[in-house]
Design a protein. Structure first.
Length: 259
């Protein structure tokens, strides 16, 4: 176990260094911070609830731009290693394909979490400058975004193991969009008279990630109270879903012909 960690960690750190050299990451991070700052100007157009508008826009920007970095920066990492044939050099050493893939996942996750922290700092600064109050619930909201990113990165990693970067980005973006609609689809399907429709809606809800379970932005913006279980269960759900995705990804990558 310790040996695997010692082999995975260098892959993760190298992936982190590789990712932070990507100009697209800085472009998305710049626009994310820009939108967070611009929320003050947008809020000034409203005569009421300006503080809530600032925080609502700020949290939404953190979520969307973080997901953009996770998908559009992450999907090319494995494909790039194969294209440059550096993967053959790495795998020729005492490291398995599973360890290589897990290292790539961890490195990308650290990358998106790092930029999330930077945007969170910008969000806190803008909120403080605008006089908007901050609380523990805002920390929980950022934690929810971090959990969602862990799932999205796992989805992107899974698709990157067997398809091209363009298709992987398309599929991952589709899963992200549907993941925020699974609850509504399940509720609508439950009202249908046709049992096939109900079963299909329930199947989609069970198979695809319920990304809305990680959204605590409303609680933070409106100052609503959160029970410990409201945070604990989504965390356990994220861990279980990520493990399932990584299990599938490592299996596909093990049996894939890299030639």
């Amino acid at each position: 176990m310790i040996g695997s960690v010692l082999r995975i960690w260098p892959i993760a750190t190298n992936t982190l260094r590789e990712a932070i050299r990507n100009k697209l990451l800085y472009a998305l991070l710049f626009f994310g911070v820009l939108v967070i700052g611009a929320s003050v100007l947008i809020a000034s157009l409203s005569y009421v609830e300006g503080e809530r508008i600032i925080q609502d826009i700020g949290l939404a920007a953190m979520q969307l731009f973080s997901v953009g970095i996770a998908i559009f920066v992450g999907i090319g990492l494995i494909h790039g290693e194969v294209e440059r044939r550096t993967v053959y050099t790495i795998l020729s050493k005492s490291i398995t394909r599973s360890e290589f893939l897990l290292g790539k996942y961890l490195g990308l996750l650290l990358t998106v979490w790092l930029q999330l922290v930077l945007m969170a700092v910008a969000f806190a600064g803008v909120s403080a400058a605008a006089g908007a109050s901050l609380s523990v619930t805002h920390v929980v909201a950022v934690l929810g975004i971090a959990m969602e990113l862990a799932v999205v990165v796992a989805v992107a990693t899974l698709f990157s193991t067997f398809t091209t970067p363009m298709l992987a980005a398309f599929f991952a973006l589709g899963v992200y969009c549907i993941g925020h609609l699974t609850r509504d689809l399940n509720a609508l399907g439950g009202q249908a008279d046709d049992p096939v429709v109900r079963g299909l809606a329930q199947g989609i809800y069970r198979v695809l990630p319920d990304l809305d379970s990680f959204n605590f932005s409303l609680y933070a913006v409106h100052g609503w109270a959160l029970a410990p279980n409201d945070v604990l269960w989504p965390m356990l759900y994220a861990v279980g879903y990520v493990l399932a995705l990584l299990f599938m990804a490592t299996y596909i990558f093990r049996v894939r012909d890299l030639k």
